[in-house]
Design a protein around this ligand. Structure first.
Ligand code: GLN
Length: 461
């Protein structure tokens, strides 16, 4: 098929889909990109991804499509420039299908915090798709896009990938440019690919990584962030691989059906020649309070730019400047975003800063040290569940922020340590009434171990 036919096929599927995964489409622009890709293919100037459609999480800014971060604050915002990641995929000849729903400013685990409505899980319409990249995961699972971008601050690529039975990888912090990624928590935010398979993710990651001078925390080639071919080791045998299995990831609170699917996947790797080593990541439970101090602190600072002056929403009626700020932010931000701004400003304020923010930073370092101790002495990679349960029912935790935060327990420490982490589908949970709910296996590697993670994921059958 031609790139144009392929793009049209997906546009048709998107327009008749009921998952609410897309927030904006622009068929004219999509088809123009597809025609250009066809011309490039005809001219013999195509790469492996030329003409392949992709959709972007609405955290990445795009010219020609609205960029809202699923917030009323940016409801009609169209960016005058593209995010670096968007540019890189366009340069590779990929065709943009549109923008994907997510939790507002990527804050959430269920995609229910979107100002533009929830997304349903394609496996079970009563279940959440996960979050915050819920639209990305649902779009791939429902075959509305073959590839998507996601962002992961504390699990937002891995957990929705798990809930929707697809594959996603969060790279080492600093490998993928954050330029044009609407900021949530800058020391944690990292973009990555989401797709059906590890091989697809490898091809996508090939285009995504690399130093960007417009991102102050972007890693240079000398620091290890050279471009590389992530498909090169996909077929390498796994004999001799030492898999660390953290005992803290299999304790109380892990649903029996998730444990069963994850342990069955671990057995598969043993059959492929790997050995399992029990390890300990003793600070795992501290990752929740630490993350929910650091992420809101950084968010409160990042989101101060939404003041009704420069861009985005402005309250229609107000008395003076202060009143305009207040009304704009009260009306423009959703509940969860406001909660995080309040927590963030609290932990940063004079008098509490040392007790909360500084303590959290210290424990963050200890969490990273635990991983390094495991990688140094015991194992090559770490495996465990992505989340303690399969996707929950829509609405069941919508008014319980703490229940949402607790469900992030297995993904937060990887983010706090800046390590790469991946989710691959390894089966389904048991006993659901309305449909199957997928289970994801998490694979965590040391810094720059993306190719190894993708190799391991590719070997899983
Ligand atoms: N669920 C976590 C949060 O709400 C992680 C979100 C993310 O990774 N963007 O902050």
């Amino acid at each position: 098929v031609s790139a144009t036919e392929l793009a049209q096929h997906y546009l048709d599927r998107i327009s008749s889909s009921g998952h609410n995964a897309f927030l904006d489409v622009n068929p004219e622009l999509t088809l123009a990109q597809a025609k250009a890709a066809d011309a490039r293919i005809a001219a013999g100037n195509a790469g492996p991804l030329t003409g392949v459609p992709i959709a972007h999480k609405d955290i990445f800014v795009t010219q020609g499509w609205r960029s809202t971060a699923a917030s009323k604050m940016l409801g009609n915002y169209v960016s005058p420039f593209d995010a670096t990641v968007v540019t890189k995929f366009a340069d590779a000849g990929m065709v943009t299908l549109g923008k994907l729903n997510c939790d507002e400013f990527a804050m959430g685990s269920s995609n229910e915090n979107s100002a533009f409505g929830f997304v349903t899980n394609p496996w079970d319409a009563l279940a959440v798709p996960g979050g915050s990249s819920g639209g990305s995961a649902a779009a791939i699972a429902a075959r509305l896009a073959p590839a998507a971008t996601g962002t992961d601050t504390g699990g937002s690529i891995r957990q929705p990938a798990a809930f929707c039975g697809i594959t996603g990888i969060k790279p080492t912090y600093g490998r993928v440019s954050r330029f044009g990624m609407i900021a949530f928590a800058s020391s944690l935010d990292q973009g990555g690919p989401m797709a059906r398979t590890a091989e697809d993710c490898a091809l996508l990651l090939n285009e995504m990584v690399g130093f960007d001078e417009r991102d102050a925390t972007s890693l240079t080639a000398e620091q290890g962030n050279a471009r590389e071919d992530f498909t090169r080791d996909l077929n390498a045998p796994l004999a001799g691989l030492r898999i660390g299995v953290p005992k803290e990831y299999f304790g109380e609170g892990l649903a029996a059906d998730v444990e069963q699917a994850v342990r069955a996947a671990l057995d598969q790797f043993v059959k492929l020649g790997a050995t399992l080593v029990e390890i300990s990541l003793p600070k795992t439970s501290l990752s929740i309070p630490v993350y929910y101090i650091i992420a809101p602190a950084e968010a409160s600072s990042n989101l101060s730019r939404f003041d009704g002056v420069r861009y985005g929403y402005r309250a229609p009626e107000y008395t003076d400047l202060q009143d305009m700020y207040k009304k704009t932010r009260a009306q423009g931000f959703g509940k969860e975003v406001q909660r995080r701004i309040m927590v963030g400003t609290y932990v940063l304020c004079h008098g509490y800063y040392d007790a909360y923010y500084v303590q959290a930073q210290k424990i963050r370092r200890l969490i990273a040290d635990d991983f390094q101790a495991a990688f140094r002495d015991q194992c090559d990679v770490i495996m465990g569940p992505v989340a303690p349960s399969v996707a929950w029912d829509l609405g069941s935790k919508a008014n319980d922020p703490v229940a949402n935060y607790l469900a992030d327990i297995f993904t937060l420490s990887t983010s706090l340590a800046g390590l790469p982490g991946m989710s691959i589908p390894v089966g389904f949970g048991a006993g659901e009434k309305n449909g199957k709910r997928p289970v994801g296996l998490q694979i965590i590697g040391n810094y720059f171990a993306e190719a190894k993670l993708l190799n391991i994921a590719h070997q899983y059958q």
